[in-house]
Design a protein around this ligand. Structure first.
Ligand SMILES: Cc1ncc(COP(=O)(O)O)c(C=O)c1O
Length: 450
C-alpha cells in the first residue's frame, strides 16, 4: 500500500507530457493511461501543441496562443474551422436526430444523397456512404471486383489510400468475405510520374508505357485488373501531381482492358485544387470517385460516387457500417455543399494558391535550401535540400519546427521525408495570408542559417 501511494505521488509529479499519465482513481494498483504511440500526435514531429479551440484558419492552444493551420486539419476543413453555417447546421441536427444506424433511413441522409448526386459528375449517380476515407476505398475496390468479376488491382508507386484492411477477412460469413476488397498478392504497382524531377523515369510517357506492359502481362497471365486506383495528386507521399496527360492515359488504358478507374479524391476533392474535383478541372471522369475529408468539413463522412449501374452491383447490405450516413455528418455535408454551390471556394483556392505558389517559387530561386515547388490550388509542397541539392528530411523537420515557433503549423514527410506540405483551408483572409507568407519566409531564412 505504501509503495502504491508513493507511486501515485510520483505519477502526479511526473514532469513529462501531462496528457499521457493520470493517477488511478480506483483499484488496488495505480494505473497509467496514455494514447497509443500509433496515433499520439504528441509523438509526431514537432510535437503538436494541445489545441482547445479553432476559428477559420486559426487553431488556439491551451495557453491561448494562435496558430495558422497550414495542414487544414489533414486537408479536411476546406471551408475553415468552425464554419458558421456548418456549425449551425450541426447544432440544429443535434437537437433533432443524431443517430439511426445505417439500416434505418434518416431524412437528412436522403437529402445528402440528392445533393451529392447533383454535385457529382454522373447522370444517374449512386452514393455509397462510408465513414472514413480508408473504408470508402475498400468499398470502391469491392464494387470494382463485383462489377468486373476480376480479382486483381493496379495501384501506383507512392500511393496512399489508407491504413485499414483485414476486418472482412476475419468475418465468418463466406458470402460477405468473398467481396473482400483485395488480397495483398493480387495488387501490383505501376510507376507514377515525378514531374518535378528530371529524367525519363518520372515522366508520363514512360509511366504509361510501363502501365501498358503491366496490363498486357496481367492479360497473358489470365488475370486482367478489376481496377486501376490512383490519387490525381498524391498527397501523403509528397504532393505529387500526376498531370493531365498521365491521368487521361490511365483512363485510356483502363477502357481498353475493361478495368474500372477509381480516382481517390479524398484529398483533392471539394475545391482544394481549384475546381470542385480534380477530375472536373481536367474534363476526366473516372468510373468511381472516392470522397471524404472536406465533405464533412471536419465531421467524419466519406462516400463512393459513381453511376448507379456500377455501384448497385454490390447486393443490398454488402457494404455497411454502423455510422455510415450519420445524421450529424450528413447535415454538415449538406451545409458544405450549400456553401460550395453559393461561394465556389475553389476559385479562392486557385487564386490564393497561385499567390503562395509564386511566393514559394521566388523563395526557391533565391534560396538554396528549398526545391521542387509543386501542386495545384491549395495543395502545395516543396522539398528541403542540403548543399548538394539532395532531399534532406532533417532540414524539412527543422523548417517545420521553425514555422511552429512562429505560430505556423505545418507537417513534413513524403517518400523522401523531405517534403513540406501546405494544405490550409481554401478561404484565407488577407491578414492571415500575410501572416502565412511572412512566417514561411522567416522559417526558410532560419534553416538557411543552420
Ligand atoms: C488520398 C487519400 N486517400 C485515403 C486516405 C485515408 O483516409 P482516412 O484517413 O480518412 O481513412 C487519405 C488520408 O489522408 C488520403 O490522403
Amino acid at each position: 500500500m505504501k509503495n502504491s501511494q508513493e507511486l501515485r505521488s510520483r505519477l502526479r509529479t511526473f514532469k513529462g507530457r501531462g496528457e499521457r499519465y493520470a493517477p488511478a482513481t480506483s483499484g488496488p494498483f495505480p494505473k497509467t493511461v496514455h494514447e497509443a504511440a500509433s496515433t499520439d500526435a504528441l509523438r509526431s514531429w514537432p510535437p503538436s501543441p494541445v489545441f482547445v479551440q479553432a476559428q477559420g484558419c486559426r487553431l488556439f492552444s491551451r495557453s491561448g496562443k494562435a496558430y495558422f493551420d497550414g495542414t487544414g486539419g489533414s486537408g479536411a476543413v476546406n471551408l475553415g474551422h468552425q464554419h458558421p453555417r456548418v456549425v449551425a447546421a450541426i447544432i440544429q441536427q443535434c437537437q433533432k436526430l443524431t443517430h439511426t444506424g445505417w439500416n434505418l433511413q434518416s431524412q437528412v441522409r436522403t437529402e445528402l444523397v440528392r445533393e451529392l448526386g447533383a454535385f457529382a459528375p454522373y447522370q444517374d449517380c449512386a452514393v455509397l456512404f462510408t465513414v472514413t476515407g480508408s473504408e470508402a476505398i475498400e468499398a470502391a475496390l469491392k464494387v470494382a471486383r463485383a462489377y468486373t468479376g476480376r480479382d486483381t488491382v493496379i495501384a501506383f508507386d507512392r500511393s496512399y489510400h489508407g491504413k485499414t484492411g483485414g476486418s472482412l477477412l476475419v468475418t465468418w460469413r463466406e458470402r460477405f468475405r468473398k467481396y473482400s476488397p483485395v488480397a495483398a498478392e493480387t495488387v501490383s504497382f505501376a510507376p507514377f510520374p515525378l514531374l518535378h524531377l528530371p529524367g525519363p523515369a518520372g515522366q508520363p510517357a514512360y509511366c504509361l508505357e510501363a502501365l501498358q506492359n503491366l496490363v498486357a502481362a496481367a492479360w497473358s497471365a489470365g488475370c486482367p485488373p478489376a481496377a486501376l486506383i490512383l490519387e490525381p495528386i498524391q498527397a501523403a507521399e509528397g504532393i505529387l501531381p500526376g498531370g493531365r496527360d498521365f491521368l487521361a492515359g490511365v483512363l485510356q488504358v483502363a477502357r481498353k482492358c475493361g478495368s474500372l478507374v477509381i480516382f481517390d479524391e479524398i484529398y483533392t476533392g471539394f475545391g482544394r485544387c481549384g475546381t470542385p474535383f480534380y477530375g472536373s478541372r481536367e474534363g476526366l471522369t473516372p468510373d468511381l470517385l472516392v470522397v471524404g475529408k472536406s465533405l464533412g468539413n471536419g465531421l467524419p463522412v466519406s462516400a463512393v460516387l459513381g453511376p448507379a449501374r456500377v455501384l448497385n452491383v454490390l447486393p443490398p447490405g454488402f457494404h455497411t457500417s454502423t455510422f455510415a450516413g450519420h445524421p450529424l455528418a450528413c447535415r454538415a455535408a449538406l451545409a458544405v455543399l450549400e456553401v460550395m454551390e453559393q461561394e465556389k471556394p475553389w476559385q479562392q483556392a486557385a487564386a490564393l494558391g497561385l499567390r503562395v505558389f509564386q511566393f514559394l517559387q521566388d523563395q526557391e530561386n533565391r534560396s538554396e535550401v528549398i526545391a521542387g515547388v509543386r501542386g495545384e490550388g491549395m495543395m502545395l509542397g516543396f522539398d528541403c535540400v542540403d548543399q548538394g541539392g539532395q532531399p534532406s528530411a532533417s532540414l524539412s523537420r527543422a523548417l517545420v519546427e521553425e514555422a511552429l515557433a512562429r505560430g505556423l503549423v505545418l507537417r513534413c514527410g513524403g517518400f523522401t521525408g523531405a517534403t513540406v506540405k501546405l494544405t490550409p483551408p481554401l478561404i484565407i483572409p488577407a491578414e492571415d495570408m500575410d501572416f502565412l507568407l511572412a512566417a514561411l519566409a522567416q522559417a526558410i531564412a532560419a534553416i538557411r542559417k543552420r
